[in-house]
Design a protein around this ligand. Sequence first.
Ligand SMILES: [Zn+2]
Ligand SMILES: [Zn+2]
Length: 129
Amino acid sequence: MCDDRAVTSPTDPIAPSTTPRTIHADRAGGTLAVEWADGHATTFDLVALRWLCPCAYCRGEAGLPGWLDSDPTLTPEQTRLVDMQLVGNYAVAPTWGDGHATGFYTFGLLRHHCPCEACSRTRSASHDG
Ligand SMILES: [Zn+2]
Ligand SMILES: [Zn+2]
């Protein structure tokens, strides 16, 4: 297992804004960097990425609150990236230090939550409050 890993996904002409050209998990730096086919670059803090975990356990299901809804204090193990798998060509599935690996982060989700200034501004502009 090498420390850093770059995953190159097959080129998908359908939606460049949600098609990653490269996905690079920097475990030492604590970031996940995605470069999109439309030229945009997204860098997630791994702690923020853990908070975005879309799995049923974290997010809840059938109207029930999930674990992250209880506003837990995340331990360093829970935000330590151990591994990152590409799921088909639509998502990535990180494995965290506490063994949690059920979250499939679709590329659309990653792009939607892009924390860069331009995207944050676009998001807050489309919300009223
Ligand atoms: Zn989860
Ligand atoms: Zn952005």
